[in-house]
Write a protein that binds this ligand. Structure first.
Ligand code: PHE
Length: 416
């Protein structure tokens, strides 16, 4: 009997009747859009990190540490068991997750890393990365998306610094902790926690998340809180923001179940946690109408975000659906010029003059100084695209030729 296996990132994993990852899904594994400079997901990730870095400091250092490079391959223990997700919970079903085999899967949420980081002794941290879910296909769902998850814990001295004497835990719980395990009876709090501690944490959680959303969207953003349920927090909420005439869920949050805290180590603190979906925020922020666009490698999409200050207001302009066509143009500069004093904008204007609106982009691809002749050469890529129809290669070549002629004529360059 042959044992079958699958290869991911040059590692072999045994496969079994749980295996349902596909080559297409695995192809997203190392994309790391949230770390790709100039990508809208990266811009918003950075703005969120900056918010937490600047809002929470101790002794001049950021309180939060950031983990944005954790492997998306996790165990069912990490993704579910450690988070008190019951064995028969719907979120475990094969039809909702991408399993590598019956004990490993592509994380379905960044919360999968919460317990291990708590166990490592961390108390305030962000976990940022790609998550994988089998889901419906529409303009706001994609099988891979990105989340920012966080834990903020506090001990009694920090939480109640203005109210010394108040306690995080009920006295009866401290007297007999074991009798309190998994006791969620009261909708407003966990049985082990005092109401004061829970309310203060709820208030901080909601205040911090609302100011984050206002930092991103401005003060006018409309939001609402909806009661929610997660196995790993209690009480729990979701925040929705008003976008395109609809309420759209952007994050889930709540007070971390004390069983998770004490299993992982700290038994003297209370924590809030949240997980927010980066794509939803990015789409609402830049008015990107379809989630597939965040995976676009089309320069017509990407250049709308590149080389921008983090806070530039960007409104996405739809790019044409017709295909791009890229032709390169290399030339030797006339003797009076070097690659350093040649005015690129002169060339850009010329390209636009000759090519008109079918020019989508011109980018400098290469600079070169000939070692013997010392002549200087530049190479530009010209991206052509018509907004209303598919251009033929012959048509593009004709325009490209005209650009070469005009450049020779008015800039004195020599086409290579
Ligand atoms: N993991 C939850 C999700 O993916 C979000 C969440 C994180 C909720 C942390 C509460 C606390 O939907």
């Amino acid at each position: 009997k042959s044992v079958s296996s699958i290869q991911i990132n040059n590692k072999e994993y045994p496969s079994d009747d749980y295996t349902n990852v596909t080559p297409k899904i695995l192809s997203y594994l190392n994309k790391n859009l949230h770390l790709q400079r100039g990508h809208p997901l990266c811009i918003v990730r950075q703005r969120i990190v900056n918010y937490f870095y600047s809002s929470f400091t101790h002794g001049g250092n950021p309180t939060f540490s950031v983990y944005d490079n954790l492997s998306p391959i996790v165990s069912t223990k990490q993704n579910f068991d450690d988070l008190l997700i019951p064995l028969d919970h719907v979120s475990r079903v094969k039809s909702d997750c991408y399993y590598i085999n019956n004990s490993l899967l592509l994380r379905a949420h960044m919360t999968a890393h919460q317990s291990e980081l708590l166990r490592a002794g961390l108390d305030n941290f962000l976990m940022i990365g790609d998550v994988y879910r089998r889901d419906e296909i529409d303009s706001t769902h994609y099988p891979v998306f990105h989340q920012v998850d966080a834990v903020r814990s506090q001990r009694k001295e920090q939480l109640f610094k203005n109210h010394p004497g108040l306690e995080i835990f009920e006295k009866a719980f401290l007297d007999n902790p074991l009798s309190f395990r998994n006791s969620i009876i009261d909708p407003s709090k966990q049985s082990c926690h005092t109401l004061e501690a829970t309310k203060l944490m709820e208030n901080q959680l909601k205040t911090h998340l609302l100011s984050l959303v206002k930092v991103l969207f401005g003060d006018d953003i409309r939001h609402r809180w909806v009661d929610a349920y997660f196995p790993f927090t209690h009480p729990s909420w979701e925040m929705e923001i008003f976008y395109e005439n609809k309420w759209m869920e952007v994050l889930g949050c709540g007070i971390v179940r004390n069983e998770i805290m004490s299993n992982a180590g700290p038994n003297n603190s209370i924590a809030y946690a949240f997980g927010l979906g980066l794509e939803r925020l990015v789409m609402a922020l830049y008015k990107i109408p379809d989630i597939r666009l965040v995976w676009s490698t089309d320069s017509g999409f990407l250049t709308q975000f590149e080389n921008k200050d983090l806070h530039t207001k960007i409104i996405y302009k739809p790019v044409s659906n017709y295909p791009q066509c890229t032709n390169d143009l290399s030339f030797w500069l006339p003797p009076a010029y070097t690659i350093d004093n040649f005015i690129s904008n002169d060339f850009y204007d010329l390209v636009r003059d000759v090519g008109g609106d079918i020019i989508e982009q011109v980018k400098l691809k290469d600079k070169f100084v000939h070692p013997k002749t010392k002549k200087h050469s530049l190479c530009y890529s010209i991206v052509y695209r018509h907004l209303e129809r598919t251009l033929t290669q012959a048509e593009v070549n004709r325009v490209h030729r005209k650009i070469e002629e005009a450049a020779t004529e008015s800039l004195g360059v020599t086409i290579r």
